[in-house]
Design a protein around this ligand. Structure first.
Ligand code: ADP
Length: 440
């Protein structure tokens, strides 16, 4: 009975009691007293009922408020469920869909009314259903959340990669009641993973190619060096033995063979050095020597080249203690490369070589020129193997772009650093910073 009916009944009882009271006065005396007493008791009971009615009213009000709050909460959760960015589904123990949010309906491209009541397995592509069913049947035994990656098929056949987080729901007394599913479209993640896998594969292939390249360079250089040495040896012998017998023209030819042969040999030596450095097969032979003397000898070695181009070649040493421990052959190789590049790429002005003491433990070598300079965009690549600013350099100046790559690797091996600064048409400065003792 609801509260209004209850109030109505009390009112009816009150009216009847009034009616009885008026009728009682007409009754004979002895019954009249008993009746009035009964009516009095009835009125007291009525009074109590009124109080109870009031309390009920209040409780009813509170209940209504609590109901309203509960309804608000429910709506809030429903909205959270409906508008969540990921798909949510609730299924019964057989996998029949009981609830679905908007994201789930969008993912599966089907309206909610068609989705509810369908089995989830319907949205798994045919060929994967057996695996899905197997996993599904084990769910209630595992009893905790599980993550799966499967493919799902939306209504019009569009298949996508999805991750499913599924949680079994248990009623009191551990009765398996149903499942909650979180469904995410992971197509873009999968695509990114696939791209990454391809890049890694390509990287491996590139490493393999680089490895083969250095191996080939090493084998080729060895194979070329032996016959070239014999060509050079025999040409030199020919020239020495029969110098006076040969006409000038023939001597010139043999001298050209020797010059080109030496040039080729230098290139081959460079390739060998580079492939050794690439494979970490090159070791330094540190010894004690006078750095200024070494720089002077390297500079003098190239003086005639500078003179041929009318360039000045100046050495300046500013170092208190010139004794260092390093591989003198390799250091000379680096210097000769930098100075001959400086001469090669300079047409007017000159080349300035400087030795400095940076501090107690470090020295600095500088090779400065007033040549063509290097464009800023090229500076980052200049130490890469086979890199030449102007691709016609090889034809114009000779060289194959290995000198600086070797210098860079050697300086690193010496625990030093090589850097370059350059302004186009004004010149370049190569700076090498080295520890005084490389074997430490
Ligand atoms: P190579 O001289 O055998 O071509 P290097 O590795 O020694 O190879 O030099 C690579 C390139 O760097 C050169 O081809 C040239 O373009 C540029 N380069 C090197 N030194 C200088 C310099 N002093 N001035 C201008 N460009 C230079």
């Amino acid at each position: 009975m609801n509260l209004d009916k209850f109030s109505q009944r009390i009112e009816e009882v009150r009216q009847r009691s009034q009616f009885l009271e008026s009728r009682a006065s007409e009754s004979p005396m002895p019954q009249q007293n008993a009746l009035l007493e009964a009516i009095e008791q009835l009125n007291t009971a009525l009074e109590e009922l009124y109080v109870a009615q009031e309390e009920l009213h209040q409780q009813n009000e509170q209940l209504n408020i609590a109901n309203q709050q509960a309804e608000n909460e429910r709506q809030r959760y429903q909205e959270l469920f409906d508008f969540a960015p990921d798909g949510y589904l609730v299924t019964n123990t057989d996998g029949k869909i009981l609830q679905a949010n908007q994201a789930a309906t969008q993912l599966l491209n089907i309206s909610k009314s068609f989705l509810i009541g369908k089995a989830l397995v319907n949205f798994v592509p045919e060929e994967e259903r057996r695996a899905f069913r197997n996993q599904f049947s084990g769910l209630s035994d595992i009893g905790r959340m599980q993550e799966w990656e499967i493919r799902l098929q939306a209504r019009q056949g569009n298949i996508f990669d999805a991750s499913l987080s599924v949680t079994p729901v248990f009623a009191p007394q551990d009765k398996f009641q149903g499942l909650r599913w979180l469904v995410r479209d992971i197509t873009s993640r999968k695509q990114a993973e696939e791209k990454l896998r391809l890049i890694q594969k390509e990287n491996l292939e590139l490493q393999e190619v680089a490895h083969i390249k250095t191996q080939m360079m090493s084998v080729l250089s060895h194979e070329l060096r032996t016959p070239l040495n014999s060509i050079l040896g025999f040409s030199q012998l020919l020239l020495q033995r029969y110098y006076n017998l040969f006409p000038v023209e023939l001597r010139d030819m043999i001298e050209r063979i020797i010059k080109s042969g030496k040039h080729l040999l230098a290139l081959i030596e460079n390739m060998l050095d580079f492939s050794k450095l690439e494979r970490d097969k090159l070791e330094l032979n540190p010894e004690e020597f006078n750095l200024v003397e070494l720089v002077r000898a390297s500079t003098e070695e190239l003086r005639c080249l500078a003179e041929q181009k009318n360039l000045s070649l100046v050495l300046h040493a500013n170092i208190e203690n010139p004794i260092v421990i390093n591989d003198s052959v390799r250091l000379r190789q680096i210097l000769v490369n930098l100075i001959s590049n400086a001469i090669k790429f300079t047409d007017t002005g000159g080349v300035f070589v400087e030795v400095q003491q940076r501090n107690q433990h470090q020295v600095v070598l500088m090779v400065k020129d007033t040549g063509i300079g290097i464009p800023e965009s090229e500076l980052a690549h200049i130490f890469q193997e086979f890199w030449q600013v102007d691709k016609s350099t090889t034809r114009k100046y000779g060289g194959i772009g290995l000198g600086l790559a070797i210098a860079d690797k050697l300086v690193r091996l010496m625990n030093g650093r090589i850097t370059v600064e350059s302004t186009i048409n004004q010149g370049s400065t190569f700076r090498i910073q080295l520890p005084r003792n490389v074997s430490r």
